[in-house]
Design a protein around this ligand. Structure first.
Ligand SMILES: Nc1ncnc2c1ncn2[C@@H]1O[C@H](COP(=O)(O)OP(=O)(O)OP(=O)(O)O)[C@@H](O)[C@H]1O
Length: 339
């Protein structure tokens, strides 16, 4: 098992500074996700780690060794891309065996390792097929097998699921995580999909404009966003200015605040609400969306629009637009934001 340490990493292209001071450590066996909007520098950081692009400053250590200037093929890092990058004229077996042939392993060893890894990605019956005869999800599993077969110290995954449809995506993310756990493989995964990040990761490094905004376990990122960007990126937070906080809850604060849709409750008669709940407030429903297990209401209270999530229980009737809804806000769930 191998750890990764990135210190003061800098990267510029001719007319573009991507980042100037990235610091990040990934523990041995950890699954860390780089999450952030398009263009924030996730792929560039991954490419610097793999050695596919040069760096302009800082260091990368792998298991304590400085690999900043080391050639790509000598880093012991495997990488999987969104586009699979398989050889179309080679079968699945030949694609997976490719790296081992370069290492000049004996024929029987290659055969054994390829079979083992194809079993791991559940493609043992597809060895003779060509990439054009496989689905997107199967191609991505071949790409994964090809990276794993050379036993990398670290695995880098650059949006490997983005090109796949929702059902296959979900299955493959579970499979990737299970394999990563089985091999205890230090893994850095790039995505701009927060659900993917929240469900797969040991920790998430949230990036924006070339900076790591917050690096923490998923629960912390979700419930305690560090700033305005983190709150707006991680789901459906209601963001309230100091003035709105005062109007809505008589709370005086210099900082703006975030509150999750599920922390605003629709009043139910006969239920006891703890002391940290606000008084009842009359809102008017602006619109609603049925999202399967939840109903998401947009409501307005004195000109302030809020998003409120309610469990979609069959006994509850849907409140249509224009109708009142009585709300209580869980004040203990309010998060104050730095900037
Ligand atoms: N080879 C290059 N030459 C010049 N600029 C580049 C190059 N590669 C990336 N960039 C720029 O660096 C910035 C970061 O790009 P990068 O691909 O790392 O972002 P990203 O977060 O991975 O985005 P996405 O999710 O869209 O892939 C962008 O502004 C991009 O235009």
């Amino acid at each position: 098992m191998h750890s990764v340490a990135i210190t003061h990493l800098e990267k510029r292209f001719a007319d573009k500074t991507v980042f100037t001071d990235i610091n990040l450590t990934v523990a041995a066996g950890e699954f860390l996700t780089l999450l952030g909007p398009s263009g924030c520098g996730k792929s560039t950081l991954l490419r610097c780690l793999a050695g596919l692009t040069t760096v302009d400053g800082g260091q990368i250590h792998l298991a304590g060794e400085d690999i900043t200037q080391r050639a790509v093929q000598k880093r012991g890092i495997g990488m999987v891309f969104q586009s699979y990058a398989l050889f179309p004229n080679l079968t699945v077996t030949e694609n997976v065996a490719f790296g081992l042939k370069l290492q000049k392993l004996a024929h029987f060893q290659i055969h054994q390792r390829v079979q083992q890894i194809l079993e791991l990605v559940e493609l043992e019956d597809y060895g003779h097929r060509y990439p054009a005869e496989l689905s997107g999800g199967q191609c991505q599993r071949v790409a994964l097998a090809r990276s794993l077969v050379v036993q990398p110290k670290v695995l880098l995954l650059d949006e490997p699921l983005s090109a796949l449809d929702a059902r296959i995506r979900k299955h493959l993310r579970e499979q990737i995580r299970a394999i990563q756990r089985e091999l205890s493989l230090t893994t850095i995964f790039v995505t701009h999909d927060q659900e993917e990040a929240l469900t797969m990761s040991d920790r998430i490094a949230l990036m924006n404009e070339g900076q790591i905004i917050q690096c923490d376990v998923p629960e912390q990122l979700y419930t305690n966003p560090a700033n305005h960007f983190a709150a707006s990126f991680m789901g459906q937070y209601n963001l309230l200015t100091p003035l709105q906080l005062e109007q809505l809850l008589s709370i005086q604060s210099r900082e703006s605040a975030a509150i999750r849709p599920e922390s605003i409750y629709v009043f139910e008669a006969g239920r006891n609400y703890p002391e940290h709940f606000s008084a009842q407030q009359q809102a008017i429903v602006v619109s609603h969306q049925l999202l399967g297990t939840i109903i998401r209401y947009q409501v307005a209270i004195a000109g302030i629009e809020l998003t409120v999530d309610r469990l979609n229980r069959s006994a509850d009737r849907l409140v249509p637009a224009g109708q009142p809804l009585t709300l209580l806000i869980d004040k203990s769930a309010i998060r104050y934001l730095k900037g």
